[in-house]
Design a protein around this ligand. Structure first.
Ligand code: ADP
Ligand code: MG
Length: 687
């Protein structure tokens, strides 16, 4: 295996990472030696013994100690994948799933997709009967439970990155606890980078009486074991800023430049928040490098975020060429999910993008928000992997000590619960408030979710899934609002168009960013702009792409992301298959955009907004919560400001911006969701 050429799997958006064998220092024997040097190796026997004898094993260990890449291999070596059984390892992030699966396949000297495979939404790289270790997102594993509620094909499920407390991880933990009662032979490994292990252990604790009873039957010991892997991190010196910084982006850029000027060689990892500020920082640094050629040559500036084209992901993982210094500018994906070798300096902005949901206004969005102390410590730790390092915190020490919260809030307590509720309902869990959660969601958010699902026609008066609508909506691996939009399109005779729109909304962006100027991109977009709004513009792009013969040159010329469009075509096919299976009429409405917009409204009525007649500043109010929102500058309706719109999602920077907006007729709202809107309207009897 050591001499094998690097392989590419099919080249898709956010596709598979691949590693040249040289990237890990030459050959299989070397990789084997590297494996044995990882801290987790010393615990191999202890871990296997615990998994053998206990239902649940909790492994805590510093990031980079080998939990993710090694434990599944140990389990396989110990026979847990014999007899056609599978070992699963879940991750909260898609990019991490692909990257660790590729790494493990390489370590085992097998082709990715065979003995070691992975599954993320809309992409399955496993081979039935061959795959032994399967990496997957926790969301995908939840979906698998709809067909196989007891997850019978798995012998061991490793729930990785449990400290992140993603919403799917929490739901999964609650369900796995239930499954274990029915299937004591199922083993769980829960792994986490920080010590919240005790509360996790308490969660998996069963009552004493039950435990004795089960143990008498010679089942596994139900009490979880906690194994703590000693890291071998080096000391990291922490530097704070003296005064709060006004602009963390510029501060990050100048910190990188000053490290490069003053400090010995070693790569730099910068934590910013998302694609926008990362791209901006990359550009600033690249400009600096060109201006000050003398000093800054030798700086390789690379972005890292999910949705990054595959070629760029590769660069991040390849070793830094001699005489160069790599600067990776990342979201918090590099905090614990993936490990970059060679990092000696960390620059921590103190922020990350986090999801926040307000049940009163019923608004959920991604907000740039301060991280917790736990996150800050993780970020710092990334600098001590290869030798003593330095971490530059772009906030003051006083702020860290006095103001930063100790831990983050579990995502389930700051999310819209619509998807979560429908999934549990589809799994037959009716008493959702009584569900055994690792952390309980708020009852306001729960009530809101039930209300939306009721209005979508997904739940009935008894809060049970309706038949067929509820079951059909749950069947699509999509946000229930998008699924409902597809179902309605069947009745309205525009399912071909709506499925295209659903596919486009499922990829990161169909536009390229990062080359050419914003102005050129805006002009290119105008070629496809439709007066009705963004969704109809997507249809124009899709149609033109097909007419070009799916040409990559055409994409290049029009600032369209070729990989994303190929992915759209693939997702579209998958959705059409599901639609056909559910008996939805596949039909095109040709150019009738009224029915298309109606179908969108049938799914997204809860996101309706209205602008005051007098308002020319693009200000809208949400109809439900009277929140102030604006059309995002990237929308074709920016400055057009139709009176009534529905949006697909909100992003918030200094204002709340609606992304992907379409104009509607307000009468469609009451048609789509009488219950939902009648409650809102003032009662005429009171006047
Ligand atoms: P943990 O899950 O405990 O954070 P991992 O199993 O992800 O640790 O990583 C263990 C080691 O494997 C890392 O220290 C790194 O050296 C190596 N490694 C992991 N992923 C990759 C990769 N994509 N490319 C090269 N090396 C990797
Ligand atoms: Mg890991």
């Amino acid at each position: 295996p050591g001499t094998e050429k690097p392989r590419l799997l099919d080249d898709e958006e956010g596709g598979v990472l691949f590693f040249t064998t040289s990237s890990s220092g030459g050959g299989y024997a070397n990789l084997e030696r590297q494996r044995q040097r990882l801290p987790v190796f010393k615990y191999r026997t202890a871990i296997l013994y615990s998994v053998e004898t206990r239902a649940t094993t909790i492994v805590v260990g510093e990031t980079g100690s080998g939990k993710t890449t090694q434990i599944p291999q140990y389990l396989k070596e110990a026979g847990w994948a014999d007899g056609g059984r599978l070992i699963a390892c879940t991750q909260p992030r898609r990019l991490a799933v692909q990257s660790v699966a590729a790494r493990v396949a390489e370590e085992m000297g097998v082709r990715l997709g065979e003995e070691v495979g992975y599954t993320i939404r809309f992409e399955d790289a496993t081979t039935q009967g061959v795959t032994m270790i399967k990496f997957l997102t926790d969301g995908v594993l939840l979906r698998e439970m709809m067909d196989d509620p007891l997850l019978t094909k798995y012998s061991v499920i490793m729930v990785d990155e449990a400290h992140e407390r993603s919403i799917s991880t929490d739901i999964l933990l609650g369900l796995l606890k239930k499954i274990q009662r029915r299937r004591p032979e199922l083993r769980l490994v829960i792994s986490s980078a920080t010590i919240q292990a005790k509360s996790m252990a308490d969660f998996f604790q069963t009552s004493k009486r039950r435990r004795r009873q089960e143990e008498e039957e010679l089942g596994p010991i139900m009490e979880p074991a906690i194994l703590s892997v000693e890291g071998r991190g080096f000391n990291v010196q922490i530097h704070y800023v003296e005064e709060p910084v006004a602009d963390y982006l510029r501060a990050a850029v100048s910190t990188v430049l000053s490290i490069h000027d003053k400090e010995p060689m070693g790569d730099i990892l910068v934590f910013l928040t998302g694609q926008d500020d990362i791209d901006a920082a990359v550009q600033l640094l690249t400009e600096e490098t060109q201006n000050r050629r003398k000093n800054s040559s030798g700086l390789m500036v690379l972005p890292l975020y999910s949705g990054l084209p595959r070629a760029d992901q590769e660069l991040v993982f390849t070793p830094t060429p001699r005489g160069k210094r790599k600067v990776v500018i990342s979201t918090n994906i590099a905090e614990t999910s993936i490990t970059l070798e060679g990092v000696v300096y960390v620059v921590d902005s103190g922020f990350s993008k986090q999801r926040f949901y307000n049940p009163i206004s019923d608004i959920e969005n991604l907000v740039v928000a301060p991280i917790s102390k736990a996150s800050a410590r993780q970020r710092t730790g990334r600098a001590g992997r290869v030798r003593p390092g330095k971490c530059y915190r772009l906030y003051t020490e006083e702020y860290f000590v006095k103001e930063m919260s100790a831990e983050g809030i579990p995502e389930i307590q700051r999310s819209n619960l619509v998807s979560c509720v429908i999934q549990l309902k589809a799994l037959g869990i009716d008493n959702i408030l009584g569900f055994d959660w690792p952390a309980s969601p708020s009852s306001e958010a729960m009530v809101r979710a039930l209300e939306v699902l009721y209005s979508l026609g997904v739940l009935d008066d008894d809060a049970k899934l309706t038949s067929p609508t509820g079951f059909q909506v749950a069947e699509f691996p999509l946000d229930p609002m998008i699924s409902k939009m597809i179902l309605s399109s069947g009745e309205l005779g525009c399912s071909e168009e709506i499925i295209t729109i659903a596919a486009v909304l499922s990829v990161q962006s169909i536009w390229v960013s990062g080359w050419g100027s914003q102005k050129e991109l805006d002009e290119a977009k105008l070629n496809f702009a439709a007066a009705e709004g963004d969704h109809v513009s997507f249809l124009n792009v899709y149609k033109a792409f097909l007419q070009s013969g799916k040409s990559s040159q055409w994409c290049h010329k029009n600032f369209v992301n070729y990989q994303a469009m190929k992915k759209v075509i693939e997702i579209r096919e998958q959705l059409r298959r599901t639609a056909r299976r559910l008996g939805i009429d596949l039909k095109s409405c040709e150019r009738d955009t009224v029915v298309v917009r109606k179908a969108i409204t049938y799914g997204f009525f809860a996101n309706a907004c209205h602008s005051e007649a007098s308002s020319h500043d693009g200000k809208y109010k949400t109809i439900r919560g009277s929140q102030e929102v604006y059309i995002h500058p990237s929308s074709v309706l920016f400055r057009v400001n139709p009176k009534w719109v529905v949006y697909h999602s909100l992003v918030s920077t200094e204002k709340q911006y609606m992304r992907n907006v379409i104009s509607i007729d307000p009468s469609w709202l009451t048609e789509a969701a009488p219950h939902f809107y009648q409650k809102q309207r003032p009662n005429p009897m009171l006047h």
